[in-house]
Design a binder for this molecule. Sequence first.
Ligand code: ADP
Ligand code: MG
Length: 358
Amino acid sequence: MASVTLRRLSKVYDGGVQALHHLDLEVRDGELLVLLGPSGSGKTTILRCIAGLEEVTTGEVVIGERVVTNEPPAARDVAMVFQSPALYPHLTVRDNIAFPLELRGVARTQITRRVLEAATRLHLERVLERRPGQISEGERQRAALGRAMVRGPQLFLLDEPLSRLDAQLRIELRGELLALHRALGATMIYVTHDQTEAMTMGQRIAVLHEGRLRQTGTPEEVYQRPADVHVARFIGTPGMNVLQGKGRGTGEKADGGRVIEAGSLAIPIELTTYEGELQVGIRPEYVGLCAVDKGVGNADVLVVEPLGSETLIHLNAGGQPLVARVPGFADVRVGTQVGVKVDRRRLYLFDSAGAPLG
Ligand code: ADP
Ligand code: MG
């Protein structure tokens, strides 16, 4: 059993930086959980606490049935692949991968077999006799993975293992990692700051923001039902638009003049009655353009990004940034004014602190 449970985990570094705040997290045995958060949100700190490389300030780390909070790294049967893979430059790929086995005094024939097995799985057979300086970045990343794999640990902690690769290779290796996870049946915690990567890899995603776990759920859950404004903003490419607004009008009829005013927009709303300060979220795909004065308000076109299959149009709606995503190429010019349409059924309302309303 290599489930991982974190209970009320907090970490304060010397010097007073609180990197983690009372974190609760459960990773199931055999699961691939993606830990997603922007740089500095505490991802590496969590992995280091699980691996035992960092002392926790308060709280508990449980691996399987065992509380390991105060146990040394060697007692935890965990393999961690670091953000920048540290291979021994003077050793060949083969010897780098074999290193943890040598260290444990595993028999030579066993070592040869296990290294070859890992190398085959990672497509490294042809570079086994080369040194790290003589192989590509992607091969180095894979060699580091291989070194983690040969020990056959029950738990893998992968710290942005693909972040330094170019886009094409990253997509390829993502697929390989997923296959590897299926083949090994091991528990994996995969850290990334890249939400696309998180959406495509994770059975579940745990979203971290400023040392707090904001939401844990399937890719669909975090996308469709973000637990707060931080998650909403972070998930999606680009993320959800969040406008500062005010609810006004509490008429009895559905169309009784209830609107949310946000910047230059006045968005009629149907069901929710909410007075006062709020934040209104809408994904870029549900924002459209129309003729001036024909939508819920007007906005100025700041930037137009044609991406081929779609165009992102960055708008200024009365001082509030708003991105519209429209299919194909759009006939809009920077510096002009446009009307804004929104799909009212797709609005998310948050209170001023960022918690969902209703
Ligand atoms: P991430 O991996 O998500 O980028 P980290 O876990 O590395 O984030 O860092 C979380 C926070 O803790 C940051 O504010 C970072 O500056 C701080 N931090 C990380 N390591 C140390 C350290 N050894 N000493 C002091 N502060 C640290
Ligand atoms: Mg990190």
